[in-house]
Design a protein around this ligand. Sequence first.
Ligand SMILES: [Zn+2]
Length: 59
Amino acid sequence: MVQTQVQLLCPECSKEWQSKPGELPASQRLFHCPNCYNSRRLNEFLRTERDLQTLQQLQ
Ligand SMILES: [Zn+2]
């Protein structure tokens, strides 16, 4: 079984990383970039629509 992760990209510093949906807040909650500490809603960090769907399905 493939471990599902979502792809994240900071719109401010362009840091790219992956995270498990269970370790992230809901998509409308504020999230802080671990690199530049920019605060945005989590859905602005998700790279694709599919990542948003994955997140919402697994939370
Ligand atoms: Zn950043």
